[in-house]
Design a protein. Structure first.
Length: 127
């Protein structure tokens, strides 16, 4: 399965980023990516099945591995049963919450990232 989406305005935003040092660019991108990841986190928390609430409470946004060319944010849980809930197990049917959260909001997440990146770029340029 594949999906295509067109987000307008990114070309101008990336061009505007060129005026900043790489360290500043990464900070701006990280801020925008975190905001987009928080949108995914909120949706996952809204649809996760709740028994005692441990899984819902554990859904968090964390920084992923960093390199000179890459940044990442993770929406993850630290409970032992999160995989069983998401994918199912021998005695448990799957009750997906992360995959549907991504599927439902993929476009909105990308658009929020683009919008936030542009806003942060403009703020930094006018500071």
């Amino acid at each position: 399965m594949s999906a295509k989406m067109k987000i307008s305005g990114l070309k101008e935003t990336f061009k505007a980023l060129e005026q900043f040092e790489p360290k500043v660019i990464k900070a701006l991108e990280r801020k925008a990516l975190r905001k987009a990841a928080k949108m995914l986190q909120a949706e996952a928390k809204q649809i996760v099945p709740v028994d005692e609430g441990e899984l819902k409470d554990s859904i968090a946004v964390k920084s992923g591995k960093r390199s000179k060319k890459k940044i990442s944010m993770l929406v993850e849980t630290d409970t032992t049963h999160s995989g069983i809930v998401e994918y199912g197990g021998i005695h448990k049917e799957a009750e997906p919450y992360l995959r549907p959260a991504v599927d439902k909001n993929a476009r909105a997440i990308v658009e929020l990232f683009a919008k936030t990146l542009k806003e942060e770029c403009d703020k930094k340029a006018n500071a």
